[in-house]
Design a protein around this ligand. Structure first.
Ligand code: CTP
Ligand code: MG
Length: 237
């Protein structure tokens, strides 16, 4: 029997990638010869319960992104909209394009192209099981210090209670839309933070090292190595 839920993934991909280095928008930079965004959209569409992927592309590249994805993604429907000046605005614009029958919404950074399917599945399962908001997390590797404006350490939070947050983050549709509508800022980079601000519980599932975000040049070196390793093993990449 078909499950009575429709799942869509919003993929913010309109960033400039300033920390990676100027030039092509980050989502269109190649990893293993394939644009990062294509890896990311495929990683979502390959998951069986994902019905639709909505990409927020750089505003001047919408047509290009549409044709790029038309030829490379087959397992789910893909919609491309123009992104905004901040990640939050890009997500909000993707949310506007959600069809009425979608009940579960994920938000996934285009800049996390190598996220394994198991992470996406864990997030979707947790939302379908009743969690209104779910984030994939990993334990912290480094000790984290809180500092003041002068850089002087003011606290050392217990690492056992800290987690690094990844994407895709998953939400019941109405919760995410309410959270974005209620936001009193426009540059939040973490959707679950907007949900927390409503006083709604955010739960965690286990993330994955390979769901890391490509932010700086060294991250690209790691991503290239992972793609090469997957190809050598005959795994789709
Ligand atoms: N993003 C977006 N719209 C923006 C800014 C960011 O859709 N106006 C997206 C990026 O494309 C990326 C995700 O949000 O997939 C995470 O953002 P980040 O890693 O910060 O990417 P950039 O903003 O492109 O990088 P930088 O901050 O170094 O410029
Ligand atoms: Mg950014």
């Amino acid at each position: 029997m078909a499950i009575a839920t429709r799942t869509a993934v919003c993929v913010p991909a309109a960033g400039r990638g300033e920390r990676l280095g100027a030039g092509t928008p980050k989502a269109l930079r190649l990893v293993g010869g394939v644009p990062m965004l294509v890896h990311s959209v495929r990683a979502m569409s390959r998951v069986r319960s994902v019905d639709l992927v909505i990409v927020a592309a750089p505003a001047n590249q919408v047509d290009h992104v549409r044709s790029l994805l038309a030829g490379t993604v087959e397992d789910a429907a893909v919609t491309v909209v123009a992104g905004g000046d901040t990640r939050q605005e890009s997500v909000a614009r993707a949310l506007i394009a959600l069809p009425a029958d979608v009940t579960t919404v994920l938000v996934h950074d285009a800049a996390r192209p190598l996220v394994p399917a198991e992470v996406v599945e864990r997030v979707i399962s947790a939302v379908i099981a009743g969690s209104p908001a779910v984030v994939p997390v990993l334990p912290m590797v480094d000790t984290i210090k809180a500092v003041d404006a002068e850089g002087v350490v003011v606290a050392t939070p217990d690492r056992a209670f800290l987690r690094a947050v990844q994407t895709p983050q998953g939400f019941s549709r109405d919760v995410l839309q309410r959270a974005h509508a209620a936001a009193d800022v426009d540059d939040v980079t973490d959707d679950s933070g907007l949900v927390e601000a409503l006083g709604i519980h955010v739960s965690t599932v286990l993330g994955h090292e390979e769901a890391f975000k490509i932010t700086r040049p060294l991250d690209l070196v790691l991503a290239e190595a992972i793609v090469a390793q997957r190809r050598a093993r005959g795994v789709l990449a």
